[in-house]
Design a protein around this ligand. Structure first.
Ligand code: IMP
Length: 178
């Protein structure tokens, strides 16, 4: 079994690039069918989603735009607890169909927060496309319209996901070794 070391930790291969790309293809096919004529604006939530966004966009065949946003490291306190502010969105999204591109939904707090902030800007519709979803970790009742793969509640790296900033460049996905 292929192993990699990222900083001080050992990881083992869990999802090959080939299987990742099959899942991306399936998400793209659904978006191409369901959002035809809607001219969607894809919003890639940095940093982790860059690889998923790139592979997905290569497979989108309908007219669409992409923009890149980030959640600030600043944490204010809102009614739901700690809220990270969405930054980098300069477009007017009024009346637009938005597709948020996420690398992974774990507890669901980040995406639920992001969806709320985007909805407050007046789009027609907000959909979520995530490459990975950890159903056993999710604490929020959220709608994930497009999910590449469901995965167990283990820590992973690769395909854009990091361990302490490293490992994002790995083509496959690796799980923390026991
Ligand atoms: P959530 O708010 O708990 O859903 O977490 C979402 C964010 O946590 C993702 O956008 C990732 O940046 C990070 N994250 C969650 N699980 C993992 C993992 O297994 N490896 C690396 N980063 C992760």
């Amino acid at each position: 079994m292929e192993r990699v070391k990222v900083l001080d930790k050992e990881f083992v291969l869990s999802i090959s690039e080939e299987n990742i790309l099959k899942a991306v293809e399936e998400v793209a096919t659904r978006i191409n069918t369901e959002l035809e004529g809607k001219n969607p604006l894809m919003l890639c939530v940095l940093n982790g989603s860059f690889m998923f966004a790139s592979d997905l966009m290569k497979r989108i065949t309908i007219p669409c735009e992409i923009s890149f946003v980030k959640l600030s490291s600043y944490q204010g306190t809102g009614s739901t607890g700690k809220v990270k502010e969405l930054i980098g969105l300069n477009e007017d999204i009024t009346g637009r169909t938005i597709v948020l591109l996420e690398d992974i939904v774990d507890t669901g707090l980040t995406i639920s927060n992001t969806v709320d902030q985007v909805k407050s800007m007046g789009p027609a519709e907000v959909r979520v496309a995530t490459m990975l979803f950890k159903p056993d970790a999710c604490k929020k009742d959220i709608t994930l319209h497009y999910v590449g793969m469901n995965i167990p509640n283990d820590f992973i790296v690769g395909y854009g996901l990091d361990y302490d900033g490293y490992g994002r460049n790995l083509r496959n996905i690796y799980t923390l070794a026991e």
